[in-house]
Ligand binder design. Structure first.
Ligand code: ZN
Length: 478
């Protein structure tokens, strides 16, 4: 798709045909998918909607010759054991081996068809499951996260079919789950493990989640940091604030502990990936109606966002060591003796795992595709929350992974929208979730170009990226 003429887009809104893509194959498939109210099914009654969303995707993919393997997984968790509907789609469009007799490279798209609930439907301008097309946008819960992206990929393969049959040197597959938004116990992770048992080893994964904030193609994700949360419980000795030498103020201990931990300089990031960081996110202590009392206890919650060089165990140890053996400047601090009053708890069982995929052929193919379709230079980065990409990194550590999808905020930067809409509605998980028709069509073109570019690359010796391994003890190398 050529880039829309900026001048026209700016000055000619009234006459600009916003809905010229309303009959486009990608838009129509996205619309069909949005019309299924496939909120993550935690009960049997809701299963039919999940199944129907998969039916539609399978039907569309079969048009271009996909074979579908459906699988339902359940159990494996004391709380989140509900059954989940999944599908694996595979297209065998070209020869299985390339000219040198090597198996062609395998590229696998990962996506989900479940959506978060619409919230108060009365607040929506359109019915959240109507799939209304208006003013250049397709409206509906889940269109950005991420039915629009799924539709774009399926229709991209349909378009590519002929070219790939003629020797496209790439095998394409797709994993779709109906539980990404909730526990994700019986979704993508299980399908990946099934795939591995089958002896398949995709060379590359495209996670189709929203990957940029405002504009399609501004960013491509190549990893995500992990997250570890915990608390400090600080014991003190309560007393009169005028006789501080007689008591132990837990706030002094907390202040020094935060200063110590934040003085550590992490150097485990790189040009694409932010360093690990420690944040004090909530504090509880004292009484704002009692100005003369040193409190008897204090509590703090912290959150560490960490790179694949760190582990939850290592980070817990780092905190404990830093408080037990503080740096020299803190050792001599008058409040240093209070540090022993801090009890550290790390919620390791709920930690989410990070991943980082060193940019190689796939990231370059996608960047080139964005340049061709939109004329933009996509930035590679590893910011944002966690996705199913972490499972791909765990099950297939040698594969390259990127995340590329629609803009998180629904592409509402268009000035036709009221500025007050920005950030308050229109984005993923928000009221009036929507996706620009232009973005849907352009994303399909980007997927097509990415697959083509990737298929043209020479197969290189197995990825240079080493398997993730427990990194050096945090604090040691950093
Ligand atoms: Zn999503």
């Amino acid at each position: 798709m050529p880039q829309p003429d900026k001048k026209t887009a700016k000055h000619d809104h009234a006459r600009h045909d916003h809905d010229r893509h309303a009959q486009d194959a990608t838009v129509k498939l996205a619309q069909e998918l949005v019309r299924v109210a496939s909120v993550t099914a935690l009960k049997a009654e809701d299963q039919p909607e999940s199944r129907r969303s998969i039916d539609l995707a399978v039907e569309a993919a079969e048009k271009s010759g996909a074979t579908a393997t459906r699988m339902e997984f359940e159990g494996d968790h004391p709380k989140w054991d509900y059954p989940v509907e999944n599908v694996y789609l595979e297209w065998n469009l070209g020869p299985a081996n390339d000219d040198d007799g090597e198996p062609v490279r395998h590229i696998c798209y990962i996506g989900h068809l479940d959506v978060v609930p619409p919230g108060d439907a009365a607040k929506w301008t359109q019915d959240p499951f109507s799939g209304t097309i208006k003013d250049g946008y397709l409206h509906g819960r889940g269109v950005t996260d991420m039915k629009g992206s799924v539709a774009a990929f399926i229709t991209a393969v349909e378009d590519l079919q002929k070219e790939l049959k003629a020797g496209g040197k790439v095998k394409i597959s797709m994993i779709l789950t109906t539980d990404e938004e909730w526990a994700a116990v019986n979704g993508t992770n299980k399908v990946l493990q099934w795939l591995k048992q089958k002896g398949e080893a995709p060379d590359a994964f495209i996670v189709g989640e929203p990957s940029s904030q405002d504009e399609l193609g501004s960013h491509i994700k190549i990893g995500r940091r992990g997250s570890l949360v915990g608390t400090f419980n600080v014991a003190g000795v309560q007393g009169h604030a005028a006789y501080q030498e007689l008591f132990e103020n837990p706030n002094r201990a907390l202040a020094l502990a935060i200063a110590i931990l934040n003085s550590h300089e992490w150097k485990d990031g790189n040009e694409h990936f932010p360093n690990t960081n420690f944040e004090a996110v909530a504090l509880k202590s004292g009484d704002f109606n009692a100005s003369a009392i040193i409190p008897g206890k204090a509590e703090m919650m912290w959150n560490i966002r960490f790179t694949p060089d760190q582990t939850p165990d290592g980070l817990e140890k780092w905190i404990k060591d830093a408080l037990a053996n503080p740096p020299d400047w803190a050792k001599n601090h008058p409040d240093a003796p209070l540090l022993k009053n801090i009890t550290v708890t790390a919620n390791k069982d709920t930690a989410s795992v990070p991943y980082y995929s060193e940019p190689a052929d796939l990231a370059l193919s996608a960047q080139k595709a964005v340049k061709t379709v939109l004329g933009k230079d996509a930035e590679l980065d590893g910011s944002g929350g966690t996705t199913d990409g972490r499972f791909a990194a765990q099950v297939f550590p040698k594969a390259e992974i990127i995340e590329l999808g629609l803009p998180e905020r629904g592409g509402i930067a268009c000035e036709k929208h009221k500025p007050e809409d920005y950030l308050s509605r229109g984005g993923m998980h928000q009221i009036d979730e929507r996706a620009a028709l232009d973005d849907l069509v352009n994303l399909r073109e980007i997927f097509k170009e990415t697959v083509k570019n990737y298929g043209q690359q020479q197969r290189k010796p197995a990825s240079k990226r080493p398997a993730p391994q427990p990194g050096p003890a945090p604090g040691g190398a950093g």
